[in-house]
Design a protein around this ligand. Structure first.
Ligand code: AMP
Length: 286
């Protein structure tokens, strides 16, 4: 496994690999690798002959007062894990290598970045889209892999790829969960023991909403209200930022379960200062 810090070296390697007939896969991460990342790496491993992961805690996707400074950084451990998973190349740039002193160009996927998580994190998705486009330019892989855990991010990246004619196939992998159902996240380590125990209510409530809809409930407003109450019964969960029912392709809000179209049920909550997100996608049949 080779660790690369330099952009032009990275690009050259990708060019050589491609001209040698390899299929190149990229898994962008912010490090602190867990089973969710590993699932993406394994998927890439199956479909590509050479794989890159990037490890970069991207400052432009953190808002003022967010956890950029305290975000976990475990490079040594990550490199060991990546190596044991058969990763070929790790792109590990310094912040100064990704953003010059006078960086002024950002990618905005209009509309999609301002809803859901974009309400409380108004500059988050422009930071994500910008760094992902930069990574795609530095590592012009054939395929790139993203988790459904960050569903809004996935939709935004797919839209950016389509709108900007980027020649990279985006593949997603289902959310990997702890044994009690909590979606794995590098931020779960911020939770106190009590918050951690109660955080399982997010997935439980998403599944409850799915059951209600599958058994014919049409009143999504009511479902949302009850879902919020169920979550807030847990004393260590302070706020429900949203509990939304949306079209899984466009992220438009839906008022009735759409028939024959996938629906996203997504939630964001705060337990203390920790923000947790989760979602499930359901098919509603007649
Ligand atoms: P991050 O390091 O948090 O930026 O995540 C890097 C990639 O891993 C993103 O595509 C995430 O959606 C994905 N990911 C994070 N957590 C999970 C999870 N629990 N299951 C599946 N994918 C995940």
């Amino acid at each position: 496994m080779k660790v690369i810090k330099n952009k032009s070296e990275c690009r050259k390697i990708v060019e050589t690999l491609k001209s040698g007939g390899n299929t190149v896969g990229l898994v962008p991460t912010m490090g602190s690798l867990h089973e969710g990342h590993i699932a993406l790496i394994r998927m890439a491993r199956k479909e590509c002959s050479r794989i890159f992961i990037s490890i970069f805690v991207n400052p432009s996707q953190f808002g003022p007062g967010e956890d950029y400074v305290k975000y976990p950084r475990e490079t040594k451990k990550d490199l060991g894990l990546a190596e044991s998973e058969g990763v070929d190349f790790v792109f590990l740039p310094p912040v100064s290598g990704m953003y010059g002193n006078n960086h002024r160009t950002f990618v905005e996927v209009e509309g999609l970045g301002k809803i859901m998580c974009g309400v409380s994190r108004p500059t988050h998705f422009r930071g994500v889209a910008t760094v992902v486009l930069k990574l795609f330019n530095i590592i012009p892989a054939h395929r790139a892999y993203f988790g459904e855990k960050d569903y809004q991010q996935l939709v935004i990246i797919k839209k950016m790829v389509k709108d900007l004619d980027i020649d990279i196939k985006i593949t997603s992998s289902p959310t990997i969960r702890e044994s009690d159902g909590l979606a794995m996240s590098s931020r779960n380590r911020y939770l106190t023991q009590e918050q951690r125990k109660e955080a399982v209510i997010i997935y439980k409530t998403l599944k409850w909403a799915r059951r209600e809809i599958k058994s014919g409930e049409k009143d999504l407003k009511k479902l949302r209200a009850v879902a919020e109450l169920k979550i807030l019964e847990n004393r260590n969960i302070g706020t429900v930022e949203y509990f939304d029912f949306r079209d899984a392709y466009t992220l438009e809000e839906v008022s009735f379960p759409p028939v024959h179209r996938k629906m996203l049920i997504a939630a964001a909550v705060r337990a203390g200062t920790t923000r947790l997100i989760d979602n499930i996608v359901i098919n509603v049949k007649k």
